[in-house]
Write a protein that binds this ligand. Structure first.
Ligand SMILES: Cc1cc2nc3c(=O)[nH]c(=O)nc-3n(C[C@H](O)[C@H](O)[C@H](O)COP(=O)(O)O)c2cc1C
Length: 338
């Protein structure tokens, strides 16, 4: 069964193809520090058998938080708590990634000063953002680099850059939110420059043996925004800088999305085959047959289960048991599975 086959990328070896995708838990406080909740929450999903656990969107700068309860990685003081989460994930035989994020115009941390490529508010709920100067952009590139250095110090096996869901990097990528006329706006080459600079800077501190994931929204669900052709072009433009594309959709605008089982899988499939880069598929993939179908038909290399793993952290173990797989169950639970 492909679901329980190993996956190797650079020095990272995953015991199976099931990923826990980043999911904000809004369970820190204004400090951004890891709390007991995070230690238990992530360790439980490791114990439940997921091959890779990617920690929630974690802010590279305090005023780029999605909320004032996000995890933070903007200070060296954050490393110790994050390391304790990583150590527990490793203790329970899984691998740990972390999603580095800046919310841009969707920051809602209580600070009125929010930034974006162009001064266009997301909706009535948000302030009009301040247009970033190119010197501020360089500073933010540095914040992602510093965040990566801290992620390395905390022992993460992989890093994921959040370039999806309408947050800052996505705001640069999409022509709907990026109206700049300098070297960061206009052409595809210019709109991808911020992401390329971030990835280039990260590579100065992040070891070449460890993979870098990037999460993209493959469509903005709106004419004039990112669509399938555009995301293929974007990924082709930046793919030399990273290793795995994690394919989601939406989030740039408050527009309706058509949601059905596996609703984002065709994008992961298209990007995998047309850009020649490994992909993670995600989005209402919840049962074993769906996972196995996606992997066996070569539509994705990994499959992420979000809400399913919130409902039942032991989903991977249960699937292995139901499929009669000869996998290692946690020794304490052996008698339940043999
Ligand atoms: C509570 C919750 C928090 C989320 N937070 C994040 C996040 O921090 N970063 C991110 O890229 N996606 C986030 N997402 C999206 C999930 O990673 C995933 O893509 C989405 O839930 C669809 O997958 P699913 O149908 O398997 O749940 C979140 C989703 C949920 C339900």
């Amino acid at each position: 069964m492909k679901t329980f086959e190993k996956f190797e990328i650079k020095d990272l070896i995953l015991k199976n193809r099931i990923v826990m995708p980043p999911m904000c838990m809004y369970s820190s406080d204004n400090s951004g520090f890891v709390k007991d909740f995070h230690k238990i929450h992530y360790a439980t999903r490791a114990l439940g058998g997921a091959g890779l656990i990617i920690l929630e969107a974690t802010a590279v700068i305090a005023n780029g938080r999605i909320s004032n309860r996000d995890l933070g990685i903007w200070d060296d003081g954050h490393v110790e708590g994050l390391k304790s989460v990583v150590d527990r994930i490793h203790e329970f035989d899984s691998k740990a990634g972390i999603q580095l994020a800046h919310a841009g115009r969707k920051s809602d941390s209580g600070d009125d000063y929010i930034v974006a490529p162009s001064p266009i508010a997301h909706s009535d709920r948000y302030e009009v953002p301040v247009e970033l100067e190119s010197s501020d952009i360089k500073d933010l590139v540095g914040k992602f680099k510093e965040g990566s250095r801290r992620a390395l110090a905390a022992g993460f096996d992989a890093i994921e850059i959040h370039a999806a869901h309408g947050y800052l990097i996505h705001q640069f990528l999409s022509p709907i939110t990026n109206k700049r006329v300098d070297q960061y706006g206009g052409s595809l080459e210019n709109r991808t420059r911020f992401l390329k600079e971030i990835l280039g800077a990260i590579k100065e501190v992040w070891p070449k043996e460890k993979p870098i994931f990037v999460r993209f929204s493959a469509t903005d669900y709106k004419e004039g925004g990112i669509d399938e052709n555009e995301i293929l072009a974007i990924i082709n433009e930046v793919k030399e800088y990273f290793d795995v594309a994690h394919i989601s959709t939406g989030g740039l605008l408050d527009v309706p999305m058509k949601v059905f089982p596996g609703y984002q899988l065709s994008y992961a499939e298209s990007i995998k085959s047309k850009c020649g880069i490994p992909t993670v598929a995600v989005g209402l993939i919840e049962n074993f047959n769906q996972i196995e179908e996606a992997l066996s038909n070569n539509r994705a290399d990994l499959v992420a289960l979000g809400r399913q793993l919130l409902r039942d952290p032991y989903t991977p173990l249960r699937m292995a048991y139901e499929q009669d797989m000869d996998v290692e169950f946690p020794i304490q639970y052996e008698r339940a599975f043999r």
